[in-house]
Design a binder for this molecule. Structure first.
Ligand code: IPE
Ligand code: IPE
Ligand code: MG
Length: 246
């Protein structure tokens, strides 16, 4: 459903959904509108991500998944991919200090084996150093694709069948769900996407089976604000979730 921004009156008191996914889209168009290179949009987008992630924790979101780089984004010009990877590196170095102050547990979802070794090492450090945090779980999706995730889960279960520790009949939805990167996390309640594209682009395809979608078409990610997030939360509570019931 389309979404129109409404006046952000008292919206900061609207309760937050438990599990939120954000497709951080529109960096390139934001830069182009300003006559800047696309990479400038990613720089600002990365700053907005830091701010909004902290704000989500403050607002009581329990699980936040942000789409930072998809399995399809390797198709972009090498220069743009390099610049995104450099921003990730910078974020990881900084977050090792900065995020210690926050009660946020950071996890990375996606196939990290394709990333450079120093980035993989920093990711492992960021996860280990926040593993004991009790607040919001922040999943950062890097080289993530829902189809890749499901394929990997199928392979994990097939290997257990091959090893003789599982029979095909024992495989159920719960088992498949637990073989996803998000493991024991609850289903996604709300997916939001700025930038005017009305699609999932391979994001959380299993986890969002019953999610509410809020597509915000009058805003690009680098302009995304706390008021926009609260407005999306308000829209979420206007929906009638039936889960197949009546
Ligand atoms: C999202 O912004 C960031 C990444 C995909 C890494 P885009 O770079 O897709 O921006 P647009 O959609 O081209 O404007
Ligand atoms: C989805 O955005 C991926 C991220 C935001 C990281 P894209 O810009 O890559 O998606 P498409 O190509 O418009 O579907
Ligand atoms: Mg895009």
């Amino acid at each position: 459903m389309l979404f129109k921004r409404k006046k952000p009156v008292e919206l900061s008191t609207v309760p937050a959904p438990c599990n939120v996914g954000i497709i951080m889209d529109g960096n390139g168009r934001w830069a182009k509108k300003r006559g800047l290179p696309r990479t400038a949009g990613h720089v600002t987008g990365a700053q907005v991500f830091r701010r909004i992630a902290k704000y989500c924790e403050k607002r009581g979101v329990k699980y936040l998944t942000v789409y930072a780089f998809s399995t399809e984004n390797w198709k972009r010009p090498q220069e743009e991919v390099d610049s995104i990877m450099n921003l990730l590196r910078e974020y990881l170095r900084e977050s090792l200090a900065d995020f210690q102050k926050e009660n946020i547990r950071t996890r990375f979802i996606g196939d990290r084996t394709k990333l450079s070794e120093d980035i993989q090492e920093l990711m492992a450090q960021a996860e280990a150093s926040t593993a004991q945090k009790t607040g919001m779980v922040l999943n950062i999706a890097i080289n993530y694709g829902g189809q890749q995730e499901l394929t990997r889960a199928a392979r994990t279960l097939a290997e257990r069948v091959k090893a003789g520790t599982l029979t095909p009949e024992e495989i159920d939805e719960q088992m498949l769900k637990e073989a996803l990167y998000t493991e024991d996390q609850p289903p996604v309640d709300l997916i939001l996407r700025p930038s005017g594209e009305y699609r999932l682009s391979n994001f959380l395809i299993w986890q969002s089976a019953y999610a509410e979608f809020v597509f915000m078409d009058d805003i690009l990610w680098p302009d995304f604000s706390e008021d926009d997030l609260n407005a999306a939360f308000a829209e979420y509570w206007r929906r009638n979730r039936r889960f197949g019931g009546v």
